[in-house]
Design a protein around this ligand. Sequence first.
Ligand code: NI
Length: 131
Amino acid sequence: MSSEPISLGEALASFDALWSPRVVTRVNDYDVRIAKVEGEHVWHAHDDTDEFFLVLDGELSISLREPDGERTVSLPRGAVFTVPRGTEHKPRAPFGASILMFEPTGTLTVGERHDEVPDHVDVTTGHALDV
Ligand code: NI
């Protein structure tokens, strides 16, 4: 963990992997993670935690399966959204996006319940940032 300020631009420039978050810093027992995304993630749910998204660049859509049915929210650059715990969701970014997430350390990228994970989605609790 760096004790120096971190440039998100430099941090994003330090890796190319898609759907493979880097841990930028920690706040108490939460990770601040950044990721580059393009295409589709997988339907999944985090049973024990909400999941916060901030779109740094591009546009992210998140489909949600809610009690009243399915809907998709569109998040342009600068938008924030929190997926409630237990809600099945599927992020996608057809044209690519850079995102920041805030969630408890140890949270898996595919949650506790998920569809079959395609090869392009990294199952991880976040990788160390190397800048
Ligand atoms: Ni999630």
